[in-house]
Design a binder for this molecule. Structure first.
Ligand code: S3P
Length: 432
């Protein structure tokens, strides 16, 4: 157990290179493992979640070299994985569990996936249902719709799946299983979730098309695939990690921050829209696109923030940033309403509950709702004991809150940031 003490800051100054994007890092290892040839990944996120993905594929016979400057994945092709000896340990990682399940459905061996207590209480029915519709044999070992999951060989066929949730993990599980089908697989979701799987599948040679419908629904369609081909992937900085420093740059007076090489894929950049809607200035510089993924440097200019409404199609593009947005809202003037975000309840913690608990501890006025929260921005947070509940995004969001609060805050179980941003505390100390 570790506790981090954080007091008020008189301004964060400097240039930050946030670590590689977590979602893209996972996908690069997964697709690299089932592609032919070598995939070279630079700026890979060496956080606990992505290391769990590496561990799973190593257990299935994939040689993965972790060099100083890159990760080399020596792919085995679509059908070259070997039966793992023992359980595949997915740690705290929902992305590993749900995406790898799609791949495991197409294998001719049995595997069992299991993680930590938080992971093993998160809903897996959302992938079990469509994967079974595809002919897969996936069972929740304890019959509660959660991991451990047992996946036995089955004959996979393509389906069209109408997903009830805008979830990139569900969409990706179905598309990855579709790699093992000899007909087309498609997924329609109520609004577009992050599209990294689609972009990377295209980059690795799969025939995949994506379309938006007039009512906001989105469809991705994958044609039958014989093999994928290894690529060089340069992972952009993670906008979800950048969000903490952007928020700090906006809420701590006297800050001057430049964030280098941050992923700005529009399916992930809703946080930047919210900053703008709250009256903040975050300027994009040096915009480029590599492997289909947009990236830019972000210059943060402090200013007064005001309340806003965050809802509808915007939610999937910022779902992981809601804890830090809630902190910004508490520091802003006026009311912020967050709705259509019931998915918050099934993240590493129930983030409606854990954000409410900690914001209240800091003296903010927040009302939790069924699908979000209402925050009355009154400024003037006070230092408090923050319980992270081992949720990395709660620890980092409340570190930001502590920087502008009066008095010291203590963040409990602060080491949980290792999941997505192992150098977070060091970087924060360097900028203070
Ligand atoms: C992720 C998708 C999102 C996000 C998670 C990472 C991914 O979850 O919250 O942190 O890499 O596909 P859902 O797809 O369940 O919304």
């Amino acid at each position: 157990m570790s506790v981090k003490n954080i007091g008020r800051s008189s301004g964060l100054k400097g240039t930050v290179r946030v670590p590689g994007d977590k979602s893209i890092s996972h996908r690069a290892v997964m697709l690299g493992s089932i592609a032919l040839g070598t995939t070279e990944i630079t700026n890979f996120l060496e956080g606990a979640d992505c290391l769990a993905t590496i561990g799973c594929f190593r257990k299935m016979g994939v040689e993965i070299e972790q060099r100083q400057e890159c990760i080399l994945v020596h792919g085995k092709g679509l059908r070259g994985l070997r039966p793992p000896a023992g359980i595949l340990d997915v740690g705290n990682s929902g992305t590993t569990t749900r995406l790898i399940s799609g791949i495991l459905c197409g294998q001719d061996f049995t595997s069992v996936l299991s993680g930590d207590a938080s992971l093993n209480s998160r809903p897996m029915g959302r992938i079990i249902t469509p994967l079974r519709n595809m002919g897969a044999s996936v069972t929740s070992v304890n019959g509660n719709g959660c991991a451990p999951l047992k996946i036995e060989p089955g004959r996979i066929h393509g389906i069209h799946y109408e997903s009830p949730v805008a979830s990139a993990q569900v969409k990706s599980a179905v598309l990855l299983a579709g790699l093992y089908a000899d007909n087309t697989t498609s997924v329609t979701e109520p609004s577009l979730s992050r599209n990294h799987t689609e972009l990377m599948l295209q980059n690795f040679g799969a025939a995949l098309s994506a379309a938006m419908h007039p009512d906001g629904r989105a469809t991705a369609e994958l044609a039958p695939c014989t093999e994928l081909y290894g690529r060089q992937i340069h992972v952009p900085g993670d906008i979800s990690s950048a969000a903490y420093f952007i928020a700090a740059g906006l809420t701590v007076p006297g800050s001057e921050l430049l964030l280098k090489n941050v992923g700005t894929n529009f399916t992930r950049a809703g946080f930047l829209t919210v900053c703008q809607n709250m009256g903040a200035r975050v300027t994009r510089l040096n915009e480029t696109v590599q492997g289909g993924e947009a990236r830019a440097d972000l210059l943060v200019t402090p200013g007064r923030l005001h309340g806003t409404v965050i809802e509808g199609d915007l939610i999937p593009s910022l779902i992981d940033e809601i804890p830090v947005i809630a902190v910004m809202a508490a520091c802003a003037e006026g009311t912020t309403v967050i709705r259509d975000a019931a998915e918050l309840k099934v993240k590493e913690t129930d983030r409606i509950a854990t954000v409410t608990e900690n914001l209240r501890a800091m003296g903010a006025c927040v009302t939790p709702t069924e699908d979000g929260m209402i925050i009355e921005g009154r400024g003037g947070l006070k230092g408090a004991f923050i319980e992270s509940h081992m949720d990395h995004r709660i620890a980092m969001a409340f570190a930001v809150a502590a920087l502008s609060a009066k008095g010291e805050s203590r963040i409990n179980n602060s080491q949980c940031v290792d999941v997505s941003y192992p150098a977070f505390w060091e970087t924060l100390d360097m900028l203070r």
